[in-house]
Design a protein around this ligand. Structure first.
Ligand SMILES: N[C@@H](CCC(=O)N[C@@H](CS)C(=O)NCC(=O)O)C(=O)O
Length: 214
């Protein structure tokens, strides 16, 4: 199977790391939804990253749905078997996904919309939301330290580290590192693991204007 999308996308990166940890072989095609739009469209007319093309022809989108499929076909699992812990993990993944979504909204507003058409009240709202998602994640990491184990990655712990690194790289200073010590610490540990090292964050689009030129 083929995973399509760049590792500057937190959705693509968490999927790649999840597939890797589930020991599922896949080919990674690093195509941009912006600069490689036409080529991407030939593989998936929806032009959404991540896209997973199965050998049987199906085209899957959405990181959570792709990982749900991956869990079904793998002999391994990155979820807890305990229902109560699973609920916490789902809460963590949902919160991290909103953090990604909100940072992406800020980036799209800044990079794709002309300056004079940017709507400050909307940006203010998203800034507040992204800040709150990281506040919630910081609390979750502090309350459930046992779920953040570099020796035993889960979809939840992967999602948090990927979201933190993405926002820190894409919009440095947006979320003050010193106010989120547990997240910063977990990110450092996760980025040092073999799986994160194998699928490193792609910096090429992070510079302002990078999406237009990269
Ligand atoms: N909920 C989706 C979000 C995926 C997403 O928004 N991906 C971005 C790249 S970071 C994308 O495809 N952008 C192009 C577009 O929305 O047209 C997921 O979890 O996969």
């Amino acid at each position: 199977m083929k995973l399509i999308g760049m590792l500057d996308s937190p959705f693509v990166r968490r999927t790649a790391i999840g597939l890797h940890e589930l020991r599922l072989p896949f080919e990674h095609l690093s195509l941009s939804v912006f600069k490689d739009y036409a080529q991407f469209q030939t593989l998936n007319p929806l032009v959404k990253a991540p896209t997973l093309k199965l050998d049987t022809g199906e085209t899957l989108v959405d990181s959570s749905l792709i990982l749900q499929y991956a869990e079904r076909i793998s002999e391994h699992s990155l979820y807890s078997l305990n229902d109560a812990t699973f609920a916490v993990q789902q809460q963590i993944i949902g919160t991290a996904s909103i953090a990604n979504e909100k940072t992406v909204q800020i980036v799209y507003e800044n990079e794709l919309r002309p300056q004079e058409k940017q709507h400050q009240p909307w940006l203010t709202r998203i800034h507040e939301q992204v800040n709150h998602t990281f506040m919630e994640l910081e609390k979750l990491v502090l309350t459930h330290p046992e779920l953040f184990d570099a020796q035993k990655l889960s979809h939840a712990s992967i999602a948090v580290a990927v979201a933190w690194f993405f926002t820190q790289s894409m919009r440095p200073g947006l979320i003050a590192k010193e106010s989120f010590p547990a997240l910063a610490d977990w990110s450092e540990k996760a980025e040092a693991t073999e799986a994160f090292f194998t699928y490193p964050y792609d910096m090429s689009m992070s510079a302002p204007g990078g999406m237009k030129h990269g």
